[in-house]
Design a binder for this molecule. Structure first.
Ligand SMILES: C[S@@+](CC[C@H](N)C(=O)[O-])C[C@H]1O[C@@H](n2cnc3c(N)ncnc32)[C@H](O)[C@@H]1O
Length: 341
């Protein structure tokens, strides 16, 4: 941080996120064009993601990513949970329109992410060989791979970490387990903001080593430590009154997240809280555009997507949590909080 304050970035970083995430807009439109998604909604009539998956054979998980993106770009409108093409989409994106724009998408059709979206929409296997998600799923992450990934995450999470520590409600929390905590930037920011709080970064071994370096550099080794746990294969440590997960559920499908929430519930004492730090999709599936574009990034490279508060609430309730609430914390991010009663 070259000696500058890490406490209060003067501007939030939405301006950077918006540019960074815009790279996913065009590949989504090109993929929708490729699988004739606008025709499926025009000829079959308005449909929810579930109905469209049922009648078109397109994959539901992929549609849950693609439809909010197209809606937030202005190509679909949502009414009572059903999507239909807008007039601009009818004019410019239906293949038989005299104003069809799609021939100009030829360059974008070959884009890696367009191809991955088409594969996902057609419910074919997306090849994750050599990608981080493969290493995360197997728990086998090498030190060579861990360093650039952790630096990547630290860059995009550091401002939000300061923001959530400042605006999130962590009242009464004394011991926090930061599951999949990466560089430890959230634990560091939280410990800085709350002098009585002790945090533990739970990570794969190679990342724990790196997190310890970030924590030492922040001068917080006395209050932030690490624990090596493969969250899918090993027992989660107890003794924490809060479990925090930032950008974790967006890496995984609903079933895997249900498993993560059951593990959280099991590890927490009665009265313990779970915090999910995510960019949320609106409950009506209409966007917003940053969350939708982040969802497309996840669809391209992980097993997950961005979820709505409603989707997360259902999963948390199924795992046993109650007292569900949502707090907008910083930039595009929100906290979903629930309690084990
Ligand atoms: C998307 S990153 C999020 C990092 C950080 N929480 C943030 O918001 O910047 C996902 C993190 O989960 C960790 N992770 C993935 N699979 C894991 C596993 N099986 N057990 C423990 N941690 C895992 C990764 O090492 C990675 O740091």
């Amino acid at each position: 941080m070259t000696g500058k304050s890490v406490e209060d970035p003067v501007w939030d970083d939405r301006v950077v996120w918006n540019v960074w995430l815009s790279a996913n807009w065009m590949p989504t439109v090109a993929a929708a064009d490729e699988v004739h998604l606008f025709e499926a909604l025009e000829t079959g009539g308005p449909a929810s993601a579930e109905e469209l998956a049922e009648r078109s054979g397109l994959n539901l998980h992929a549609l849950k990513g693609v439809l909010p993106m197209l809606a937030s770009l202005g190509f679909l409108k949502v009414h009572l949970g059903r999507y239909q093409p807008t007039e601009p989409a009818r004019l410019y994106l239906l293949h038989d329109s005299p104003f069809y724009w799609g021939h100009a998408f030829s360059f974008h059709r070959t884009h890696t992410n367009t191809q991955r979206y088409v594969t996902a929409l057609k419910a074919e296997m997306v090849d994750n060989k050599g990608r981080p998600v493969e290493a995360w799923e197997t728990g086998q992450l090498s030190a060579e791979m861990a360093r650039p990934i952790t630096a990547f995450m630290n860059s995009h999470s550091m401002p939000a970490a300061v923001g959530v520590a400042r605006h999130g409600d962590f009242e009464g929390v004394t011991r926090l387990l930061d599951v999949g905590g990466g560089s430890g930037c959230f634990s560091i920011a939280l410990a800085r903001r709350h002098p009585a709080l002790r945090c533990t970064v739970m990570e794969l071994p190679a990342v724990c080593e790196l997190a310890s370096e970030y924590v030492a550099e922040a001068g917080l080794s006395g209050r932030v430590d690490t624990v090596t746990v493969d969250m899918f294969r090993q027992a989660w440590p107890k003794g924490y009154d809060a479990i925090f997960m930032s950008n974790i559920v967006h890496d995984w499908d609903l079933e895997t997240n249900a498993q993560l929430f059951r593990s959280s519930f099991e590890a927490l004492p009665s009265g313990g809280r779970i915090y999910l730090h995510e960019m949320l999709i609106a409950d009506d599936g209409s966007g917003p555009i940053a969350s939708a574009a982040y969802s497309m990034l996840m669809l391209a490279g992980t097993k997950g997507r961005q979820y709505s508060a409603g989707e997360l609430q259902r999963l948390l309730q199924d795992a046993g949590f109650s007292d569900f609430r949502v707090q907008d914390t910083y930039g595009h991010f929100s906290l979903v909080i629930a309690t084990k009663r």
